[in-house]
Design a protein around this ligand. Structure first.
Ligand code: DAH
Length: 349
């Protein structure tokens, strides 16, 4: 009997030492320790053995069971370790593989132009100020020498919210705001940039667009003059459109300036020779400007006998279109990724 038990144990140990996976181990567990195993069968026959032998055989069987159980456990741990290390080996990350690209946004062409203009004017000692987009009729028109019924209002088809409030049609409104709040009448040198709104929509006009406005006011005895305006706009345009750009001042009319000028720049496409973009004239109309009208100074708290200044304004969208060769202004507002991604780091590289 003892021999038989030892033989079973030996066979079990041998088989366990050869197993390759969990399934085989499971099968051996059933074979050697299960209800129908040889050891279990032996225990069932204990009754047929003499009472003196019984405890001995019983303890032999149990000893063998325990040993087999221990071997199985050891084997199980070994297999688990092998499976784990195989898994780790398979799952190692190949750091030489190129990483998946993270999609990155890019600066909007309008913001690029805005930042460039701000940098330039700040470097010339200007402050950058802001004004509300929802504006009163008073600041958008009245205080700029455009009383109700003035024919020049027709040039700016407006979105009125109530009788009093409208979406500003021009950033010139910030001129009046800046003058009114400057109670000490210290010199003003500001630019303001932002959204403006008019009822128009085609390839070169959008109901929402952006303007930049400049205002400089100082005591008359500083001899502030049109020459300062000319010099400032020349620096501005050359910086935005290239050093070769030339400017042409054409007398014009704006209610808030006197004298007023429209400013043309040499066509950056043909360099002034004449092409389809400039309609064969060699020039492109870009800015409005002039010396601040005495009425505007007076209405906003400045004595026109003592103070003088100049102002200018232009569309940022048009500047961006010329700078980047954009053919339809509406591209700037449709948020088309294909369009926007073309400006990815374009002038930062
Ligand atoms: N606000 C004018 C417009 O939207 C542009 C303009 C003209 C601004 C003359 C000025 C200026 O400051 O002096 O058409």
């Amino acid at each position: 009997m003892r021999e038989k038990i030892e033989q079973i144990q030996k066979e079990a140990e041998e088989k366990i030492s050869q197993i390759k996976n969990m399934q085989e181990l499971q099968d051996l567990k059933v074979k050697f320790l299960g209800k129908k195993s040889e050891l279990s069968n032996l225990l069932k026959t204990l009754g047929t053995i003499s009472p003196e032998e019984r405890p001995k055989v019983g303890s032999f069987v149990n000893e063998a069971r325990t040993k087999i159980e221990n071997r199985i456990q050891e084997a199980e741990e070994k297999i688990k370790a092998i499976v784990l290390s195989e898994k780790l080996e398979k799952e190692t990350i190949d750091i030489t593989l190129p990483a998946t690209k993270i999609k990155r946004g890019s600066k909007h062409p309008l913001n690029r132009v805005i930042e460039e203009i701000e940098d330039l004017f700040v470097s010339m000692g200007y402050d950058v100020v802001e004004g509300p987009e929802l504006e009163t009729d008073e600041y958008c028109f009245e205080r700029l020498n455009l009383p109700s019924g003035h024919p020049a209002r027709d040039m700016q088809d407006s979105f009125y919210i109530t009788d009093k409030y409208l979406l500003r049609t021009q950033t010139s409104s910030v001129q009046a705001r800046t003058m009114v709040i400057n109670e000490e009448k210290s010199p003003i040198r500001i630019i303001t940039l932002g959204k403006t709104y008019r009822r128009e929509d085609d390839a070169t006009h959008s109901h929402q667009f952006n303007q930049i406005e400049g205002l400089v006011i100082d005591k008359k005895d500083t001899k502030i003059s049109l020459a300062d305006l000319k010099g400032t706009l020349e620096v501005f345009m050359k910086k935005m459109l290239g050093e070769k750009t030339e400017l042409r001042f054409r007398p014009s009319y704006f209610p808030f300036t006197e004298p007023s000028y429209e400013v043309d720049v040499t066509c950056f496409k043909c360099g002034g020779k004449g092409c389809s973009l400039c309609k064969q004239t060699g020039w492109i109309e870009l800015l409005g400007s002039g010396m601040v009208h005495p009425n505007v100074l007076k209405m906003n708290g400045y004595d026109p006998e003592k103070y003088a200044g100049f102002a200018f304004g232009t569309g940022i969208d048009r500047l961006a279109m010329f700078k980047y060769g954009i053919t339809d202004m509406r591209y700037l507002y449709t948020n088309d990724i294909k369009f926007l991604s073309q400006f990815d780091r374009k002038d930062e590289e």
